[in-house]
Design a protein around this ligand. Structure first.
Ligand code: B1M
Length: 215
């Protein structure tokens, strides 16, 4: 029933059109399409196509930039909807979350942040291109239970290991749990660097965070 709308969403990202993407997100809310479905089945396939085109050399950096802007416009509209229903009193745990040093990809990290907040976690999103040491300093300052580290590049995922090491140096492990994620990250990688878990997507990250804190 929503197939046509989902396809328009995909195309708004391919065309790098933030206004259109935002308008389609608004339409989705009016039609009561679940916001996560709009993101995962509508907008993300467009981003993936742009990523593939860029990887093949058919598309260029400006295309990637505009696709990212369109995605951000859509998620800005859908974000408050994702948050709804998450207004519970009890805080499940405190999470410090960021994209690792050298990496400015923020869309997936922000989605994970939104979903964790909606599930009842207190999330401190410390942004993108975050120095390894800063994860540890902020975790200590805020009394975090979990540190989440996102990486989208094969060159920056090695930074996730440095974050685990920084937490070790500050004596925060094993009390503070580490979750890693991002397109090139795997369960095997998480194990290799001594992280406590790997979230394949935002929904999996929430389930993992709950499980790690025994919730
Ligand atoms: Co970039 N980029 N990019 N990019 N970009 C990729 C990642 C790439 C795969 C595209 C490609 O070549 N096919 C490629 C990486 C190749 C590699 O290393 N293997 C790439 C490249 C090469 C680059 C540049 C180097 C390009 C250049 O300058 N020549 C450059 C690097 C800049 C830097 O960071 N230093 C660059 C820049 C950019 C933009 C800034 C233009 C833009 C980002 C805009 C922004 O974020 N504001 C951008 C975009 C949009 C992409 C693609 C197309 C889409 C990423 C995205 O937002 N996906 C991407 C290709 C692709 O992924 N298909 C690509 C949607 C998002 C919802 O998914 O981020 O995977 P994702 O997050 C998911 C899961 O991974 C998981 O949950 C999320 C929600 O389900 N997850 C976690 C993520 N973090 C998690 C943390 C967790 C748990 C789960 O726990 C803590």
């Amino acid at each position: 029933m929503h197939d046509e709308l989902l396809d328009k969403m995909r195309r708004s990202i391919l065309e790098g059109d933030p206004d259109r993407a935002a308008a389609l997100a608004t339409e989705a809310i009016a039609l009561r399409l679940a916001p996560l479905e709009a993101i995962q089945r509508g907008f993300v396939p467009g981003l993936n196509e742009v990523g593939e085109g860029f990887g093949r050399g058919d598309l260029f950096l400006p295309d990637l930039v505009m696709a990212g802007e369109a995605m951000k416009a859509a998620t800005a509209v859908l974000d408050p909807e994702l948050q709804k229903g998450g207004l519970q009193r009890e805080i499940l745990g405190r999470v410090v979350l960021g994209t690792v040093q050298g990496d400015i990809h923020e869309i997936g990290k922000t989605l994970v942040s939104t979903m964790l907040s909606a599930a009842g976690f207190e999330v401190h999103d410390i942004g993108v291109d975050v120095p390894f040491e800063t994860f540890a300093l902020r975790a200590r300052e805020l009394g975090a239970d979990i540190v989440g580290v996102s990486a989208l590049l094969t060159t920056t995922m090695t930074g996730q290991r440095h974050v685990v090491e920084a937490l070790d140096r500050h004596g925060l492990r094993p009390r503070v749990k580490v979750i890693v994620g991002g397109a090139p990250v795997t369960r095997g990688w998480a194990e290799e660097i001594g992280a406590d878990g790997y979230g394949q997507d935002a929904v999996a990250a929430v389930a993992l965070a709950k499980a790690l804190l025994g919730r």
